[in-house]
Design a binder for this molecule. Structure first.
Ligand code: PLP
Length: 366
């Protein structure tokens, strides 16, 4: 099998597997006061410390969650603790953010959207008139999951602060993939998900600035300093921490490999008549979306799948729905154009041979 869908999910890194094997025997509940509990607690807090160092935040700012979605929804719902009733976000956020905003309409919270520019990014200049003292929360993703384009989170966070609003960034497609520091971004909330950088599925984190009130999605026990009820999974957290450590340590080398492969793939796609999206914008090296004018992306995806090659049409959650991707229509593509786009997302273990095989298969199918 040839896998070019790393933005949907990645294989477990061997270091993550080893870290999980290392804590299998620590079965105590981290909240228990006895020796078994304390051993688990110690291991959990070691992970929190390591995560904090890697992410440029303090250890007590790390809240372990069940996934990126939970982190996003918790951050968005935190607008309820601000006493304000407006959110400013973008129309090409992940559905975790968009649906959470929709749900809040029932609580009287209104959502405004920044326009998306043709290059696949939003602009701080457009905050004028949309961001003011009534805004409780601004949410802008660091990297768009379909286009790979980087968003000016740091600049918008400055404007949010000036307006007295909280700032959240969904960094699920950024953490472990591009250099990132919570403190330098200047945000109040940051979401991440382990399975995007070689960690296990079903675990993530919300980084919540000290002193900022997170509105817990799960209530019950007092875990995670009263900010997320439910017994922590040391197993998954250990896997996530190890994966993040290797991702950060190997980041530069892995980005170089991906850039080389991405450029090779992009040139090959252009030669086949495909149109890469947001080619000249600041992008991660791992994401490449391209339009195949007049073609049906779902059909291309299935034809590639039959040849053992995995890619995506729209994001993983949207594909299969038959609907055009909201991120692509937000970019200004027509439904027909959006339905002719494939996303290729690369991992550092992809090879030139695989890239050439993918291109050869596409040539044949087209
Ligand atoms: N945010 C973005 C940008 C994503 O790409 C994803 C997953 O595709 C999520 C949030 C959701 O993360 P999880 O799958 O851990 O719930």
């Amino acid at each position: 099998m040839i896998y070019f869908d790393h933005a949907a999910t990645t294989a477990l890194r061997k270091e993550a597997i080893e870290a999980m094997e290392g804590v299998f025997s620590l079965y105590g509940n981290p909240s228990s006061a006895h020796e078994a509990g304390m051993k688990a607690r110690e291991a959990l807090e070691d992970c929190r410390d390591t995560m904090a160092t890697l992410l440029g935040c303090d250890y007590d700012e790390v809240i372990f969650t069940s996934c990126g979605t939970e982190a996003d929804v918790t951050a968005i719902r935190s607008v309820l603790a601000t006493g304000k009733n407006r959110i400013l976000t973008t129309p090409f956020e992940h559905h975790a953010v968009l649906r959470a905003c929709e749900e809040l309409e029932r609580d009287g919270v209104r959502t405004d959207f920044l326009p998306v520019h043709k290059g696949g990014y939003v602009s701080p200049a457009d905050c004028d008139g949309l961001l003011d003292g009534r805004t409780g929360l601004v949410s802008v993703m660091r990297v768009n999951n379909e286009l790979g384009t980087l968003q000016p989170v740091r600049e918008i966070a400055v404007l949010a602060r000036q307006a007295g609003a909280l700032m959240h960034t969904d960094a699920v497609q950024a953490v472990g993939l591009i250099p990132l520091s919570f403190r330098e971004l200047g945000v109040d909330f940051l979401s991440l998900s382990a399975h995007k950088f070689g960690g296990p599925k079903g675990v993530g984190a919300l980084i919540c600035k000290r002193g900022t009130v997170a509105y817990p999605l799960l209530v019950g026990g007092g875990q995670e300093r009263q900010r997320r009820a439910g017994t922590e999974s040391l197993l998954l957290v250990a896997g996530m921490t190890a994966a993040l450590k290797v991702s950060v340590e190997n980041g530069e080398r892995e980005r170089e490999i991906k850039t080389r492969l991405r450029d090779r793939l992009q040139n090959g796609l252009i030669a086949l008549g495909a149109v890469p999206l947001c080619k000249d914008s600041e992008r991660t090296p791992g994401h490449l979306s391209a339009m195949f004018p007049g073609k049906d992306a779902a059909a291309l995806l299935h034809a590639l799948d039959l040849r053992g090659i995995c890619v995506s049409a729209g994001s993983a959650c949207a594909s299969g729905s038959g609907a055009p991707s909201h991120a692509l229509t937000a970019l200004g593509l027509t439904d027909e154009q959006a339905l002719s786009c494939l996303r290729f997302s690369l991992g550092a273990d992809n090879t030139e041979e695989e890239t050439d095989e993918l291109l050869a298969a596409l040539r044949e199918i087209l």
